[in-house]
Write a protein that binds this ligand. Structure first.
Ligand SMILES: Cc1cc2nc3c(=O)[nH]c(=O)nc-3n(C[C@H](O)[C@H](O)[C@H](O)COP(=O)(O)OP(=O)(O)OC[C@H]3O[C@@H](n4cnc5c(N)ncnc54)[C@H](O)[C@@H]3O)c2cc1C
Length: 474
């Protein structure tokens, strides 16, 4: 088989893998996409459970007003429904808008506490202006910008719960991605009765198909097949054969048998530690990938015998007595809020793969979610009709201190194969949203088509590590 006849193998059929594969097929490449699951979509896939759409946290597409929005729209028949984001936070038993509006928080809390928070905030801002210090970790980044009181209230304990580690052991990268900057001047203008500026938020509108986000990925897979590409489900790569600095074949396990697929190049979107294990025989330093940890996710779906709980799409559970991070009322994402007379709340809890929470029986997780429900509103167990639990490994790459150095070593090791491009959220170890993930998939495909060696690809993806787009993961 000549080099030109050999297919490009794409590993992983989530948004990144599918986008890369479609781009390559459009350019006339023969493409074989290997996906270990029985369906495409990765963590952005959807399924139906009873009369509801279930996702691996509910996924909405963030509108950013560019060609990627058009690409997503192009994979949906008709008009993709558009909605305004409605997200809330529960803090000290009260409800606030998300992203956080400092002014609203000041007005909503006990006046003595608010005064302390404001004084602390002003002190931190002045100290930062007069004696600037370098940012060391998530905690120092947050305290420096918000003051201790506001940081502890809104970010400190919540961050520890979500990431399972003290914030002082997490990178400032996470802070600059997750925490919105609050502007002291703006707060003072508002205190003096002025209008100030609205806090900049990155995206306000989202697209969400009435069938769930997964339909976009199903349609992308169909489009790939129409362009001559092949999608092989329930297929896992076992080995990457590398000779003279090029991957020449992938050994694949499918339906209990192994076969060798010769290839001209590989685009991988599978988790980076997994890829680094495949690369280890010819790139030993890829072992640094073992030090890259991802947080797993437990989703508890509860169907209640009430028509509606609230108008919010998501509610963040900030107070420390909650076990779950947030919940979504899935039906609110739809234009037609169906079904009538029942609603489903999906509660999300982070854990480490294989830890006590991961191994907890479903029944116990449902009990914990019901306990959080009781803390919110008194939604009682008697109203519960049905429940289900979903476990998702590798949901959130953990930006622990020093993760960039490990990433650098892994990318350096993988660059030993000039035709192996790792991309996407899992493949670059980035907490990106679907928009950026699609962009990264297509960018990697573009480099491959121009025969740019993979080591230059990692340099091209570098701006995403500085969150050029403002950074958003959900
Ligand atoms: C809880 C949660 C909520 C989110 N909500 C939003 C949201 O509302 N909006 C938004 O824009 N983004 C959201 N995101 C981010 C979004 O999920 C990701 O950006 C996107 O799914 C990443 O796509 P990907 O293709 O890079 O990875 P994935 O979706 O993880 O796809 C990787 C694929 O590779 C497959 N795979 C893994 N290992 C192997 C293997 N060894 N062999 C073969 N295949 C393999 C997997 O099965 C999977 O299909 C959310 C993320 C999380 C965790």
């Amino acid at each position: 088989m000549s080099e030109l006849e050999k297919p490009v193998v794409v590993l992983g059929g989530g948004p990144a893998g599918l986008s890369a594969a479609v781009r390559l097929a459009e350019a006339g490449k023969k493409v074989i996409l290997l996906e270990k699951a029985p369906k495409v979509g990765g963590i952005s896939a959807s399924a139906r459970w009873r009369d509801f759409i279930v996702e691996y946290g509910p996924h909405t597409y963030h509108v950013k007003g560019d060609w990627i929005d058009d690409l997503v729209r192009g994979h949906y028949p008709g008009e993709l429904p558009r909605k305004k984001r409605m997200t809330r936070m529960l803090i000290r038993g009260r409800t606030f808008d998300y992203p956080l509006k400092f002014w609203q928080l000041l007005k909503g809390l006990n006046p003595f506490f608010s005064a302390r928070m404001l004084a602390d905030f002003a002190f931190a801002a002045s100290q930062n202006a007069l004696f600037p210090r370098p940012d060391e970790n998530f905690e120092s980044w947050g305290v420096k910008r918000f003051g201790r009181t506001l940081y502890d209230l809104c970010f400190g304990q919540y961050t520890r719960r979500v990431w399972g580690r003290p914030p002082s052991t997490l990178s400032t990268r996470l802070a600059s991605q997750k925490l919105h900057k609050l502007n002291l001047k703006d707060v003072i203008v508002k205190l003096l009765g002025g209008r100030g500026q609205e806090q900049a938020t990155y995206w306000e509108d989202f697209l969400y198909p009435e069938e769930g986000m997964g339909i976009v990925w199903d349609n992308m897979a169909s489009s790939l097949r129409e362009k001559g590409g092949e999608v092989r489900l329930e297929s896992r790569p076992l080995a990457l054969e590398c000779r003279d600095g090029r991957v020449e074949a992938v050994t694949v396990s499918r339906n209990g048998s192994d076969n060798r697929v010769p290839c001209s190049a590989v685009v991988s979107t599978i988790p980076l530690p997994e890829l680094s294990r495949l690369a280890r025989p010819w790139a030993p330093t890829a072992a640094a990938g073992d030090g890259l940890i991802s947080r797993s996710l437990l989703l508890v779906n509860l169907i209640f015998a009430i028509d509606s709980f609230s108008d919010a799409h998501w509610v963040y559970l900030i107070d420390p007595h909650f076990r779950f991070n947030r919940f979504c009322e899935q039906k609110n994402l739809l234009l037609e809020r169906k079904p009538e007379g029942r609603t489903m709340l999906t509660f999300e809890m982070c854990c480490d793969h294989g830890d006590e929470d991961w191994n907890r029986p479903d029944r116990e997780l449902v009990d914990l979610a019901l306990a959080d429900c009781a803390r919110i509103s008194g939604l009682s167990r008697e109203l519960l009709l049905e429940s289900s639990v979903i476990r998702t490994a590798d949901a959130y790459p953990v930006y622990a201190l020093g993760f960039e150095e490990k990433l650098g070593v892994v990318f350096g090791a993988l660059s030993a194969a000039e035709n192996l491009y790792s991309t996407g959220r899992q493949g670059l170890f980035l907490n990106t949203d679907m928009h950026d993930t699609i962009e990264l998939g297509i960018m990697a495909a573009g480099r491959l088509l121009k025969r740019i060696p993979a080591r230059d690809w990692y340099a091209a993806a570098a701006p995403y590590f500085d969150y050029k787009t403002g950074g958003t993961n959900r």
